[in-house]
Design a protein around this ligand. Structure first.
Ligand code: AMP
Ligand code: MG
Length: 378
């Protein structure tokens, strides 16, 4: 099949979107820009379409899909027993990068929720996503539009790289505004709990709504999420030896995600000087490797200066993915997945990058970075 790439014009390409929306309703798969990452959209009410999404991505069968809606008038189609917190959060954060997990409606094919009795629901804010959802009028499932295990797509080209020839349409509306996936918030527990950190943080929720929600245990590693505490677990089974195995409530969190092929070294330290010291000592022990660096121009300049002052350091070739100025967590978030893809394409064998403090955007950023770095740091 030929994938049709449609560039959205300034006015939103309403005519073309109409045709894409009706194809979507009939079962076509569509690369859909959102403010977080590009999604692989399909009609949530068609079991065959939902199964095809799993197949096309190579997504594990136990990882549920988020349902995307235009507005709350569609909620009754997909959720039951909507908790009061939903309305409060909807008013302050929707449309926006917040996914809320609620009891699912039986009308949804069970594949959407990968067998869970809940459903994750989001109202994206990006204009083309909103236009498509408005025109389609059906609930739309849309996991990130990457092949499973690859970094999420933040540009239409990334989706084309992963899924060309496997889906009907990709709507190109430029790079995603944010660059990390939505916050996933479980409303079936009290207090609600963040299952996946995003740019809507517990602090922001408290500030805007007065609601207290629990954070994910910080930097949930693949290992940790397979052995979550009872409080974090929804289902449990007894192992042969009588100990309890907990299934993580958000199954997606147990997979190594967002990962480039190259391992990642995260430079830690209290300030930029310490981070550069940490980078230097790693570079010293890896001079035979093709190295990649992702970060701000200023950091890389400082690194280069200190490298030139080091006696006996052989010439090292570092492939860079830089953004202008100094370290900025919003910019780093925006560029992270693109950097992974580009450094991979350049064939680097190790990616070096500085850490950010875990606050505001830094919470989601470090979550994705730590996950990507896991195999290196284990
Ligand atoms: P993606 O679509 O690739 O951004 O991944 C969606 C994420 O949302 C995965 O981590 C899923 O495990 C999580 N998710 C989707 N639906 C649910 C649900 N009903 N309960 C818990 N987590 C969910
Ligand atoms: Mg994903």
């Amino acid at each position: 099949m030929a994938t049709k790439l449609i560039t959205i014009d300034q006015d939103g390409s309403e005519q073309e979107l109409r045709a894409v929306a009706s194809a979507l309703v009939q079962g076509a798969l569509v690369g859909m820009p959102t403010e977080t990452v590009y999604g692989l959209a399909g009609n949530a009410l068609l079991p065959d379409t939902v199964r095809r999404i799993f197949a096309v991505k190579g997504r594990p069968q136990d990882n549920p899909l988020i349902v995307h809606l235009y507005d709350q008038s569609q909620l009754a189609q997909v959720a039951e027993q909507v908790p009061a917190e939903f309305y409060l959060l909807y008013e302050k954060f929707c449309p926006g990068p917040l996914t809320m997990v609620m009891t699912r409606s039986q009308v949804l094919p069970s594949e959407v929720s990968a067998g869970l009795d809940t459903v994750g629901i989001r109202f994206p804010a990006q204009r083309t996503a909103r236009n498509l959802l408005r025109l389609a009028e059906v609930p739309v499932v849309a996991p990130s539009g990457n092949l499973s295990g690859r970094p999420s797509p933040t540009q239409a080209q990334h989706m084309l790289d992963d899924l060309d020839g496997k889906i009907e349409y990709i709507l190109d509306d430029g790079p995603c505004a944010l660059g990390v996936e939505s916050t996933v918030l479980d409303l079936t527990v009290s207090p609600p709990q963040i299952l996946r950190p995003g740019v809507i943080t517990a602090e922001l929720i408290l500030e805007r709504t007065g609601l207290t929600v629990h954070e994910t245990s910080s930097a949930v590693s693949t290992k940790a999420s397979l052995t979550v505490s009872p409080a974090e677990a929804k289902t449990e089974e007894c192992s042969q030896h009588g100990s309890v195995i907990f299934t993580p409530r958000s199954p997606g969190q147990k997979y190594r995600h967002y990962a480039p092929q190259a391992p990642i070294f995260i430079a830690r330290g209290r300030d930029s000087h310490e981070q550069i010291t940490s980078l230097l000592s790693r570079i010293e022990s890896e001079t035979d490797k093709r190295l990649g660096f992702f970060g701000a121009e200023d950091t890389f300049d400082a690194l280069r200066r200190r490298m030139s002052e080091m006696k006996g350091l052989p010439a090292v070739n570092i492939v860079t993915y830089l953004y202008p100025g100094s370290e900025q967590v919003e910019t780093a978030t925006h560029e992270l997945f693109a950097a992974f893809r580009e450094l991979d394409a350049a064939g680097v064998e190790l990616i070096l990058t500085p850490a950010f403090p875990r606050r505001e955007f830094g919470i989601a950023y470090m979550d994705r970075l730590e996950r990507a770095a896991e195999s290196e740091e284990k």
